[in-house]
Design a protein around this ligand. Structure first.
Ligand SMILES: Cc1ncc(COP(=O)(O)O)c(C=O)c1O
Length: 443
């Protein structure tokens, strides 16, 4: 009997009691290899002594000082560290406690920017179908996952959605990347024109689309074309790197690999690596200056923004990434993971697509590889895989609805940057067991 309102009260969750490197250990002593970082969170594994020590020291010194009275040392140092490694056009960091809060702040700051800039008619945000930006109402509204939105629709602000850049499903047979991009950009421009471009605040997208679609990188050139289009119409580009940023895709910012710079970028998950709940919105100088020269004050805020212990933890994570070289391990480890995934699953009868970047990979499952026909959603294949993976001592992140919010199953992988070769083998061996689909299920 529990009094906790669990995510799914029908399930019996094992009790996690300890973390040890890439493993979580439950009360019965069972070990789970964390191949998904929970949900792309635990990029340093579960027992990083330097991060733990940094949080402990900060708690002893100063746990919290409300930001309407004080600034604090770790928050200032963390902002400096992020801006030092960001493109030159960025200047300020707004700290929050997670990804949804970072996206809420982005939406409100974007709106306030246009009000202060003298364009108060701009009130519309365009997102992409199948995107996920969080579960608070603003973030949910700009997100495009039909199932997550459906029952809350009456509470959501008005937004609209265009197609994701999802080559496996969206690209037509024989179509080049450039032609596919042309189509997507035409669709986005069509949406801006339909709304009247002068009424649009921002286009919002995940640089590498994560939770609800399964680690889908954009086709080459897509974001450059998006950036040009947004610039042409004076629309802000807000990138959500809550999942794919902070090294997960191989570079600190996932957008580095796209050759574009957004106006704002949201990060969370890997920022605190699970040691502390923290998110951040990194903001261009132009936006920050407009507010500073205008009312001078961003009309927003939460009690825990800039929490000193959370910032100290995240600062220690940054040091581990850069000073201890963990960020540079992501691409070679990711290459090793990709090779093993392709060896194990390229000819698997129910694996339609293997895609990803860095240590962020997705496997899309299909009933039929030739036609790309998905499994019947009633089979809840993703839930089955999660269960069998946990039985095998593997945490991965399967999800349903990749195609349209209802159909499509994928498995997301986002292991820690500290894995060794043997653990990469263990990951793929256990995953292969979890996605062995008995024939009686599909017939
Ligand atoms: C891309 C993206 N944005 C936003 C969020 C929301 O973050 P949080 O759950 O920390 O509120 C998530 C969470 O999965 C995410 O993947």
């Amino acid at each position: 009997m529990t009094h906790v309102f669990h995510r799914d009260p029908r399930l019996n969750y094992p009790v996690a009691v300890r973390g040890e490197g890439a493993y979580l250990i439950d009360r019965d002593g069972k070990r789970y290899l964390d191949a998904s970082g929970g949900a792309a969170v635990s990029c340093l594994g579960h027992s990083d002594a330097k991060v733990v020590q940094a949080v402990q020291r900060q708690l002893e010194k100063l746990p919290f000082a409300h930001t309407s009275f004080f600034t604090n040392e770790p928050m200032e140092a963390l902002a400096d560290a992020l801006i030092a490694r960001a493109p030159k056009s960025f200047d300020k960091v707004y700290f929050v406690s997670g990804g949804s809060e970072a996206m809420e702040a982005a939406l409100k700051l974007a709106r306030q920017y246009f009000v202060e800039k003298g364009e108060p008619q701009r009130g519309h945000v365009v997102g992409r179908r199948q995107s996920y930006h969080g579960n608070t109402l603003g973030a949910l509204a700009v997100g495009g996952n039909a199932w997550r939105r459906k029952q809350f629709e009456p509470l959501l602000i008005k937004t609209s959605h265009v197609s994701p850049c999802y080559a496996y499903r969206g690209k037509q047979p024989g179509e080049s990347d450039a032609a596919y991009c042309d189509r997507l950009i035409q669709e986005l421009e069509g949406e801006f024109l339909r709304l009247n471009p002068k009424s649009v605040i921002a286009f919002v997208a995940e640089t590498v689309a994560g939770a609800t679609i399964g680690a889908v990188p954009p086709v080459p050139g897509y974001f450059k074309r998006v950036r040009e289009l947004c610039d042409r119409h004076g629309v802000l580009l807000i990138l959500d790197e809550v999942m794919c940023g902070m090294g997960r895709s191989g570079t600190l910012w996932a957008f580095e690999q796209e050759g574009v710079v957004p106006d704002m970028v949201a990060v969370a998950k890997g920022l605190g690596a699970g040691y502390q709940p923290i998110g951040a919105l990194v903001v261009s100088r132009q936006i920050a200056d407009t507010i500073q020269r205008g009312t001078g004050f961003f009309q927003h805020g939460h009690t825990y923004i800039g929490h000193a212990a959370a910032c100290a933890g995240a600062l220690a994570v940054q040091k581990r990434l850069h000073e201890d070289g963990l960020l540079s391990k992501v691409t070679p480890l990711g290459n090793g993971l990709e090779k093993r995934l392709r060896n194990a699953f390229a000819n698997h009868p129910h694996v339609g697509d293997i895609r990803g970047r860095g240590l962020f990979w997705g496997i899309e499952l299909v009933e039929d590889r030739a036609t790309k026909k998905p499994f019947d959603p009633k089979l809840r294949m993703h839930a089955r895989i999660k269960r069998t993976a946990m039985e095998a001592g593997l945490m991965c992140y399967p999800m349903g609805g990749a195609i349209d919010g209802v159909q499509g199953d994928h498995v997301l992988l986002a292991p820690p940057f500290i894995l060794d070769e043997t653990q990469l083998d263990e990951l793929v061996d256990k995953l292969a067991k979890a996605i062995t689909i008995p024939e009686e299920i599909t017939t």
